[in-house]
Design a protein around this ligand. Structure first.
Ligand code: TXA
Ligand code: MG
Length: 339
């Protein structure tokens, strides 16, 4: 199959709409990462998404809608907390887990009776949903296990020959996937951290928001999880990544002493001049949003540089930093050395 990579002209968007309505899968930009979009109500389209990614069949997809009217199609009911969160954060990078409604096929939710829903703030994504008049399900547009794509070229790298079209909407704003929050239990629980933080949601809900254990800890093989995505190794470049948790002086000493050819440091931009070994950066030490923005792209760059080993600086574990930490510990397969 030929894969077209097109700028978001009117013609290209109409083509995306046509393909989605025909049950095909299209690479689309969102404000978080690029997604692989297919009609949420069409089991054949959903099957193609899982195949293109090589995604485990038990890992459900997020359903994307463009307005609150569509919410009634995809969710059976909307608890009070969900209404408040939607009002505060939609359109935007927040996915809310709700009871699954008729407009989403069971295959899209891996057979679960719940569904993750969000209204993306990216205008191209919303226009495609509006014009096709159906919600689309979309996982991140990477091959399963690789870093999520934050630009169209990265989607092309992974999906060339597997899908007919990628819409190039430029670089994604956030750079990490949406926050996933469940409102199905007694109190809201974050299943995946993102740009919208625990504190952001607590302010709106006026109550505590929990963080699921799997967010910052490794899940045991037989452990019951609230979100299937927590179980899987994720975001890994080919290189072996180790997080070094400690101050910059100890980091410099460690990488100097453990250097072998094709080893790289993954540090903050301010620290590049201090590095005693080849290094690339992922954002500013003072700005966790910039770390989120650059992390996946930096992990992909390390592959392009043929890195074999990577020693990464540890982000902070609060605010948006928690989203960065959550991705980096998975990229490292939970290899963390306390310095
Ligand atoms: O920002 C994003 O969310 C991007 C863009 C494309 O919207 N999408 C994305 O999808 O990151 P994906 O498939 O890579 O991650 C979806 C995560 C998985 O960890 C999955 O297990 C969880 O959401 N999830 C989806 N539906 C769920 C459900 N019903 N219950 C629990 N977890 C769910
Ligand atoms: Mg993903």
């Amino acid at each position: 199959m030929d894969t077209q990579l097109l700028k978001p002209t009117k013609e290209a968007i109409n083509l995306a709409v046509k393909l989605i309505k025909q049950g095909e899968v299209v690479g689309v930009p969102t404000e978080t990462v690029y997604g692989l979009a297919g009609d949420s109500s069409n089991p054949q389209a959903i099957k193609k998404i899982f195949e293109a990614k090589g995604r485990p069949m038990d890992n459900p997809l997020i359903c994307h809608i463009s307005n609150m009217k569509m919410l009634k199609m995809v969710a059976k009911s909307v608890p009070e907390d969900a209404k408040k969160l939607a009002e505060a954060f939609w359109p935007g990078p927040l996915t809310i887990i709700l009871p699954r409604g008729k407009g989403v096929c069971a295959q899209s939710c891996a057979g679960l009776d719940s569904v993750g829903v969000r209204i993306p703030s990216n205008k191209i994504a919303r226009e495609i949903i509006e014009k096709s008049n159906t919600p689309f399900s979309a996982p991140s547009a990477n091959i399963s296990g690789l870093p999520s794509p934050t630009n169209a070229q990265s989607v092309y790298q992974d999906m060339q020959g597997k899908i007919p079209l990628i819409i190039d909407g430029g670089e994604c704003d956030a750079g990490v996937e949406s926050t996933v929050v469940s409102v199905l239990g007694d109190s809201p629980v974050i299943l995946r951290p993102g740009i919208i933080t625990k504190e952001d949601m607590e302010k709106v809900l006026n109550k505590e928001v929990q963080i699921a254990r799997g967010v910052s800890q490794e899940i045991k093989v037989d452990e019951k999880v609230l979100s299937p995505g927590m179980k899987y190794k994720h975001y890994s470049p080919k290189a072996e990544v180790t997080i070094l948790d400690g101050d910059i002086d100890k980091f410099i000493e460690y990488v100097k002493n453990n250097y072998t050819p094709n080893t790289f440091a993954l540090c903050f931009i301010e620290e590049l001049p201090l590095m005693p070994i080849p290094a690339i950066s992922y954002g500013s030490i003072k700005d966790d949003k910039s770390q989120a923005h650059y992390l996946f792209n930096s992990l992909r760059k390390l592959d392009d540089l043929n890195a074999k080993k990577v020693y990464a600086r540890c982000p902070k574990k609060t605010g948006v930093g928690l989203a960065v930490y959550n991705r980096l510990i998975r990229a490292s397969g939970f290899k963390i050395i306390k310095l």
